[in-house]
Design a protein around this ligand. Structure first.
Ligand code: HEM
Length: 464
């Protein structure tokens, strides 16, 4: 139902008709909201009736057995999944995961000393942190084949969601009652379902042999004891899918902004040098003293929000400002329109981190709304912060030059399935001198590198 073009059409409609635009999605009434205040009034304040999802016939019911957290309607099943996930991603858990992010980000810094392709290294980082937490599966080096598998898995689901057949069946579910030979989507959807289920189940089996991970914690939990192994495999699979690619995309986006706008990089490096100094890497404890680095990340989330139109649906009739919405209305919180509202963000297409320092009251809503707010936002932000702070402390980031000419970087280059993910691009990361190299190598040499030991430590602190 979503793609680049519909997003642009919706944005135009908002420009012409204001912050609430209603239309028909097949036989279902739909609404796009382009104002943060209105989205807040409806999706946050009335979250008890604005937190379901539209029916995703192909992507959810057919391809992922109705078990993918992100796609399921609001109800008891989702609430049970949320009860299982919440303790794994609360603030206590996030503090316990720092040792893992610390080690993986140090490895990335060392890899970048010699890596030809920085993207491979940040991809390994995001994949390794998430796969270690989820299953105890570490991605040892940049040659690991796992990231390609993870990306393939996401692509399969996202392509199915945005395919013409999927749109048609979501619009007119009666089409699914046609005889099999008139349903060309049936076979590829079955193949994808097998691939996805097998992948989640294999990872779940592997998870049994590590000292601690989300699968084990889920299986031992009360909500986990009430559901099948297959559902647990899907819940943890959703965390892995939600966590990996979007976090990677945000790190990419910040690095891209640094290539395109070197004046902001310079100021961030000035802050890092002043606060952290030359003798050690930035740490999580520095975060509160690094407002400029934090603003680089926040502005990236506003500039090109990575999940800009994840739809909700209502579970009861409602009325707001003279509009009447019937039960089952699709509600699209149009985050891109909100983030580019010139009344809130002057010159909205410009990447300008300083707007966050000039106005402490600004808000962004890249993590969604109400009872469907992203449960992994805190983990994602920790993963992004520690890597970005360390990379910018240690490296200059510039264009790649070929035959004396800078290789183009497309500021808005993104692939747009369900999420809006920055496409890979070329950049040169050059260590900022021998002293920084020495610190990077020294801190990596001194770091614990055994993931099993780290996971055992996390497990011990979680049960303590
Ligand atoms: C910067 C990183 C991230 C961003 C910007 C982001 C953004 C979002 C957004 C916008 C939604 C939909 C919210 C809504 O419907 O209102 C969402 C849902 C979700 N996210 Fe994230 N996310 C990020 C990282 C993560 C991580 C690291 C994980 C897992 C560890 C994760 C797991 C999920 C899950 C499971 C859902 C589905 C929630 C539901 O439907 O109830 N996300 N995310």
């Amino acid at each position: 139902m979503v793609g680049r073009r519909p997003l642009e059409i919706l944005r135009k409609w908002h420009q012409e008709h204001g912050p609430i635009v209603s239309f028909w999605y097949g036989t279902t009434p739909a609404l796009s909201i382009g104002s943060y205040d209105i989205a807040h009034q409806l999706l946050n304040k009335r979250s008890s009736i604005y937190s379901s999802r539209p029916r995703f016939f192909i992507a959810s019911e057919k391809m992922t057995n109705g078990l993918t957290t992100l796609l399921m309607p609001y109800g008891k099943k989702l609430q049970n999944q949320q009860r299982m996930i919440t303790p794994m991603l609360d603030s206590r858990a996030l503090r316990q995961y720092r040792t893992l992010e610390d080690m993986e980000s140090k490895q990335t810094l060392v890899e970048l000393l010699s890596a030809e392709d920085f993207d491979k290294s940040i991809t390994r980082y995001a994949g390794s942190v998430i796969m270690s937490l989820a299953y105890g599966i570490r991605l040892q080096d940049m040659e690991s084949e796992m990231p390609a598998k993870l990306l393939d898995l996401n692509t399969k689901i996202f392509e199915a969601m945005t395919s013409t057949y999927s749109n048609l069946v979501d619009l007119f579910p009666a089409l699914n009652s046609l005889p099999p030979w008139l349903k060309p989507w049936e076979k590829p959807v079955q193949t994808a379902e097998r691939f996805i289920t097998d992948f989640h189940m294999e990872n779940m089996a592997t998870a049994q042999s590590s000292p601690w991970n989300w699968v084990q914690e889920a299986m031992a939990s009360k909500p986990g004891s009430q559901i099948s192994d297959k559902e647990i495999a899907y819940v943890i699979g959703t965390l892995q899918q939600g966590g990996f690619e979007i976090t990677l995309a945000v790190v990419r986006l910040v690095i891209k902004a640094m290539v395109l706008f070197p004046n902001f990089l310079e100021k961030a490096q000035e802050e890092l040098d002043r606060v952290v100094g030359p003798d050690r890497l930035p740490s999580f404890d520095d975060q509160a003293q690094l407002p400029y680095v934090n603003a680089l990340i926040t502005e990236a989330l506003r500039w090109q929000p990575p999940a800009p139109v994840i739809p909700h649906a209502t579970t009861e009739d409602d009325e707001y400002m003279g509009y009447r919405f019937s039960k089952g209305t699709v509600i699209i919180p149009n985050v891109t329109a909100m983030c580019r509202d010139p009344a809130v963000f002057p010159d909205p297409h410009r990447y300008n981190p300083e707007r966050w320092l000039e106005d402490a009251g600004l808000q962004h809503n890249a993590f969604g709304f109400g009872r469907r707010t992203c449960p992994g936002g805190g983990l994602g932000m920790n993963m992004i912060f520690i890597l970005v702070a360390r990379v910018l402390w240690g490296y200059d980031v510039t264009y790649v030059y070929r035959d004396g000419k800078a290789v183009d970087v497309d500021p808005m280059g993104e692939k747009f399935p369900f999420a809006s993910l920055t496409m890979p691009f070329q950049a040169s990361l050059i260590v900022r001198g021998p002293e920084k190299r020495e610190v990077i190598e020294r801190e990596w040499a001194a770091s614990g590198k055994d993931t099993n030991e780290i996971l055992a430590g996390i497990g011990a602190s979680r049960s303590g």
